[in-house]
Design a protein around this ligand. Structure first.
Ligand code: GRF
Length: 213
């Protein structure tokens, strides 16, 4: 059963995760369509990528609004106009208010470049290197009001190599993100993943720490 047929992707920068999800929709690996790509940054590369994939896209520049609420109202208007039922954050660099999060609770995903709960926030790769960690990775989680702290759906792990710097580690983690994110989006679209009472369920079983993917 498809529970989420119309996806919106919100992104501020390059958009490589957007492209990975768009490609999976084109191949029907994800049985849904991208109804809208939104960027808050004029000229962001993700908009050029959306154009190339012939996806509906728009820029809603947060600097044109008096406050966060007004910016989000504009976004919510566009999402509702496009009948969006699953919102996918992919490098979206604005913090969302509770109001927005409530509107899409259980249908709002984010990808973060660390093995959460380690390293919420920025500079995750350098922080993993500085800590001498032996592995890093990416986490897809449901978005809840606390930053980078929503329930984890799935994680992809990579080994940290002795010769790694932040750039090489970021590149390896991103390659895994491009497999992980479309997979989790497919699960959501197919109704295999649910958020109930703050906990993640996959195929009607409770998952405690997320799925290794
Ligand atoms: C990804 O590394 C993701 O984990 C983080 O932002 C980055 C976005 O990259 N949230 P891209 O714009 O999808 O290339």
């Amino acid at each position: 059963m498809n529970t989420h047929g119309r996806i919106a992707i919100l992104a501020s920068g390059n958009g490589s995760n957007m492209t990975a999800i768009a490609a999976a929709c084109e191949k029907r690996t994800i049985p849904a369509s991208i109804g809208l790509v939104v960027s808050n940054v004029p000229g962001a590369n993700v908009l050029a990528r959306a154009e190339k994939h012939q996806l509906p896209h728009c820029c809603i520049d947060h600097r044109q609004y008096d406050n966060r609420e007004a910016f989000e109202e504009a976004m919510l208007g566009k999402l509702q106009e496009a009948s969006i039922d699953l919102v996918v954050l992919a490098g979206f660099m604005r913090i969302l208010t509770d109001r927005f999060i409530r509107e899409y609770y259980g249908s709002l995903l984010n990808i973060h470049p660390s093995l959460l709960p380690k390293y919420p926030g920025l500079n995750t790769h350098q922080r993993a290197l500085d800590a001498g960690d032996s592995e890093s990775g990416a986490t897809v989680h449901f978005v809840t009001p606390e930053l980078d702290a929503g329930p984890t759906i799935a994680q992809a792990r990579v080994k940290i190599l002795p010769e790694d710097d932040a750039d090489s580690l970021a590149a390896r983690v991103q390659a895994r993100e491009h497999l992980l994110y479309p997979r989790v989006v497919r699960w959501c679209v197919q109704g295999e993943i649910q958020l109930r009472d703050g906990k993640v369920w996959k195929d009607e079983s409770l998952t405690d720490d997320g799925i290794d993917a």
